[in-house]
Design a protein around this ligand. Sequence first.
Ligand SMILES: CCCCCCCC/C=C\CCCCCCCC(=O)SCCNC(=O)CCNC(=O)[C@H](O)C(C)(C)COP(=O)(O)OP(=O)(O)OC[C@H]1O[C@@H](n2cnc3c(N)ncnc32)[C@H](O)[C@@H]1OP(=O)(O)O
Ligand SMILES: CCCCCCCCCCCCCC(=O)OC[C@@H](O)COP(=O)(O)O
Length: 273
Amino acid sequence: MPAAQGTFPGRPARPAEGAAGRLSPTVNFALRIGFYCVLCLVCSALAAVACLLVNGGRTVKNMRIIRAVVRTFKYFFGLRFEVKGLENFKVEGPAIIVSNHQSVLDMMGLMEVLPDNCVQVGKKELMYMGSVGLIIYLGGVIFINRKSTSSAKMVMSEVAKTMVAENVKVWVYPEGTRNCTGDLLPFKKGAFHLAIQAQVPVIPVVYSSFTSFYNPKTKLFTSGKIKVEVLPPIETKGLTPDDVTDLTDRCFSTMRETLFRLSGRPSQAKDSS
Ligand SMILES: CCCCCCCC/C=C\CCCCCCCC(=O)SCCNC(=O)CCNC(=O)[C@H](O)C(C)(C)COP(=O)(O)OP(=O)(O)OC[C@H]1O[C@@H](n2cnc3c(N)ncnc32)[C@H](O)[C@@H]1OP(=O)(O)O
Ligand SMILES: CCCCCCCCCCCCCC(=O)OC[C@@H](O)COP(=O)(O)O
């Protein structure tokens, strides 16, 4: 813990202080994450009612309501987003969007740039998070069982057909789990199989590292700025299943370079340090 944290200038640090003073990092972290969870639960319940009244059930149209609500959350946490490249979302028809996944806080960054008619792929466990599960269901999120590759593949193949028929974009976190290290985990291949099966472009989106303001291990959670870059679409027309590994590697290296650039990490750190 940095010596200056939890301290007023000119007097010694205390482990934790009351609400009137500065809080210890652990208490501050717990309160801020707790508040985030309560905010999500309460807003999900209210938004679910709005979704049911306006759109009647599970549909991607509900994402507009969810997006509008979640976009207000950043003000509670002092987070700022600096977005570049939004014009890259303006491709005709469906696409696969892939982005890095650092934390539960990513939902704010996701909604900051989410284009219309776009659903996410999520782990099925999210369905059991009470009202949050309900709102995610109503928004049309595609649930997969990560423990069963064969069932996940079946769901994704079905998505390849419906996304084209219904002109929907699909947002996948190809790392397959949260990773807040400032680097990328190796990519899973589902998103890239999906793009090639549906013959739709892949649009990478990169969020700068949260490590300067958010780190669950050191209980750091302050205000901060997040740079977001939507990269140019990568075409997949004419690619076959044999090209999946190449496509995956290409996206991975472009996104890793962008992540380091946006996070101010030196480019010589590109090899897996
Ligand atoms: C109003 C207030 C509201 C407040 C609240 C906010 C609400 C916000 C609302 C809404 C936002 C919702 C946001 C949800 C966000 C959720 C985030 C998550 O949950 S992230 C975790 C889940 N996502 C993934 O895991 C995807 C990435 N994973 C994959 O794509 C995997 O590839 C997967 C699951 C399909 C399979 O996983 P494998 O662990 O088996 O990984 P592999 O190595 O890729 O595959 C094994 C073999 O299968 C082949 N394969 C994979 N997919 C295939 C396919 N479709 N067809 C054929 N082969 C395939 C691969 O090529 C590989 O084979 P070879 O090694 O190459 O020989
Ligand atoms: C039972 C009450 C719980 C209430 C908690 C409300 C918190 C709201 C969070 C919004 C949705 C977050 C979606 C998300 O970020 O899920 C994590 C998965 O992507 C990856 O999971 P993991 O890293 O593999 O565990």
